[in-house]
Write a protein that binds this ligand. Structure first.
Ligand code: 5GP
Length: 192
């Protein structure tokens, strides 16, 4: 996606050997018109699938999923919660996810009321690193007997293990709007 490529190159900061900060349009401030283009791109790729639900994870996934859902017919958004709560915990599916950015494990949960065997799910997230968040969401779908129709991410880091792990463990390919090959002297090298 040309506009996303430009944003990553102009506004992305490499803050650690393997972490890109893109707070100005994706993780803190939201560029709504960019998100609309992303929604159209995901629709173009997954539009022939019967998708009635987008599953994502709080917090950054929510804005993305909500805008993307508008490009799918009658599509609801469910987000996985990262914290325990008296409100969600009855009839919830849970899984353990290792957070790449915080380097800690947490219990992710989704209510059984909002994910079930009738659902045809598109899993969406902002970044793909080692695949923990996506595989956690896939596990929740498996527990709920929902059908995963596709997996999409805005930015995948191709030099980390996520894409390969997801392919191996789910048989599904990840559709990434941009793939980062690596960082060189603070610059982002994108896959052509
Ligand atoms: P994974 O679960 O694939 O190992 O890591 C993906 C999750 O970690 C995403 O949900 C995202 O929040 C965060 N993440 C991983 N790598 C990066 C990165 O380079 N930049 C940012 N902003 N978030 C990242």
């Amino acid at each position: 996606m040309k506009i996303l490529e430009k944003k990553i190159k102009e506004e992305g900061y490499v803050i650690e050997p393997d972490i890109l900060k893109v707070d100005s349009f994706l993780n803190h401030q939201i560029d709504v018109s960019l998100f609309q283009e992303m929604g159209q791109a995901f629709q173009k790729h997954f539009g022939d699938k019967k998708i009635n639900k987008i599953l994502t994870i709080e917090a950054s996934g929510i804005g993305l999923a909500v805008i993307c859902a508008q490009y799918f017919n009658n599509c609801k958004v469910v987000f996985v919660k990262k914290a325990a709560s008296k409100i969600t915990d009855d009839h919830a599916y849970t899984t353990t996810i290792h957070s790449f950015t915080k380097n800690t494990d947490y219990t992710a949960r989704v209510s059984a009321d909002y994910l079930n065997e009738d659902d045809h799910v598109l899993i969406l997230d902002d970044f793909l690193a080692n695949g923990e968040a996506i595989l956690g969401m896939y596990d929740l779908c498996q527990q709920a007997h929902a059908t995963v129709e596709g997996i999409g991410v805005v930015i995948a880091k191709g030099f980390q293990s996520g894409m390969r792990r997801i392919q191996q463990e789910t048989g599904l390919d990840v559709y990434a709007l941009e793939v980062i090959e690596g960082f060189e002297k603070g610059k982002v090298i994108l896959r052509k």
